[in-house]
Design a protein. Structure first.
Length: 351
């Protein structure tokens, strides 16, 4: 059973609906450049959400989401180039990362690894996979007819085709809509999962895993399930990245990419589902603006700004805004109560 929506949640849903309508209307007024810029923000937002949900709701800090992101992108690239079937390639971009997440997560979670070492092992997995992919520059190394080409990546990927009409491919605007709708569906799915009974168990694991185990639940099973789901979501983001740029490369899964995901989640707020989305939008937009403004040391300036942002909003932008809205509503309610009491007393005196 799901709980009733609060006033803040209803207002948030209304704002999200209005924002969604505005975003869907962008192609009617903007050019292809803006659509491409927004599309990649949506892709990174899906990736950040896959990590933000684990970290914020279950307490699992993972540096390995870019592993599944890269596997998803390369799965789409290799299968699509070998067969020309982009629909199955996109399905594999989700399925294969989930299989890898199941294997990796089983040995980590059921091996009794604590949270700190969980983050370390996933970071090591990221480094190992990137090094392995970069070592495939030999032209004899290929899967099917596709050469992996090491650090040069795989280019000229086929455009995503309409499943029921393979002769028709999706152009920039259609890909924009596809990625945005995918982001909405992932967010809605995580929201429903959190509001269901399993969501309360997950939050309980985050707060006190031992107590949840004493209540008869197996925390390892739930943590593995979320790890697998988040691996599939990250793989979906990787497949959409390959569709967006028609290109995949080892940079998709390096430590810089992993750190960017963590930063996006921290800026937006890991305790909220909207946090990773908002944080990604802020960081990516700021990065693009600094680059276009001709700032020489973009990473240095961006790092200083992000440090200041974390100091001002220690819980993230979204939780801080939510707390301010709740305070305002509570303050307005407290101001309204004396006026109601006064009017009631005056009515009693007249009687």
């Amino acid at each position: 059973m799901t709980s009733k929506l609060s006033t803040i949640e209803i207002a948030t849903l209304i704002l999200l609906a209005l924002a969604s309508v505005a975003i869907l209307a962008v192609p009617q007024f903007a050019g292809l450049s803006l659509q491409l810029d927004l599309s990649i923000i949506f892709v990174y937002a899906i990736l950040a959400l896959s990590m933000g949900f684990m970290w914020g709701q279950v307490g699992m800090m993972s540096f390995g989401q870019t592993v599944f992101f890269g596997i998803g992108g390369y799965s789409y690239a290799i299968f699509a180039l070998n067969t020309g079937d982009t629909t199955t390639a996109m399905l594999l971009a989700v399925l294969l990362p989930m299989i890898v997440a199941a294997l990796l997560g089983y040995f980590i979670i059921y091996g009794g690894i604590n949270d700190i070492y969980f983050a370390v092992i996933t970071m090591v997995a990221t480094i190992a996979l990137e090094k392995a992919v970069r070592a495939t520059s030999d032209p004899r190394i290929k899967i099917g007819d596709v050469k992996l080409q090491g650090q040069n990546g795989i280019s000229a990927l086929p455009d995503l085709k309409v499943p029921w009409n393979p002769s028709e491919t999706l152009f920039v605007t259609e890909v924009y809509y596809l990625i945005f709708i995918a982001m909405l569906l992932v967010t809605a799915g995580y929201s429903l999962l959190l509001r269901a009974r399993i969501g309360r168990v997950l939050v309980g694991i985050r707060e006190n895993e031992q107590r949840v185990a004493l209540l008869g639940y197996d925390p390892r099973r739930y943590k593995l399930l979320i790890f697998i789901i988040s691996g599939g979501v990250a793989g979906l983001a990787g497949g959409l990245y390959a569709v967006w740029g028609n290109f995949v490369a080892p940079e998709m899964m390096n430590l810089n990419s992993s750190a960017s995901v963590v930063i996006n989640v921290l800026v937006g707020g890991k305790a909220s589902l909207l946090g990773p989305l908002v944080g990604t939008g802020i960081v990516q937009s700021l990065t693009s603006w600094l680059g276009s403004a001709g700032v020489g040391q973009v990473n240095l300036v961006l790092g200083l700004i992000l440090i200041a942002a974390v100091q001002i909003f220690p819980q993230g932008v979204v939780p801080m805004i939510s707390a301010i809205c709740k305070w305002c509503l509570g303050h307005l309610a407290s101001l309204a109560q004396p006026s109601r009491r006064t009017s009631t007393s005056m009515t009693g005196e007249k009687q």
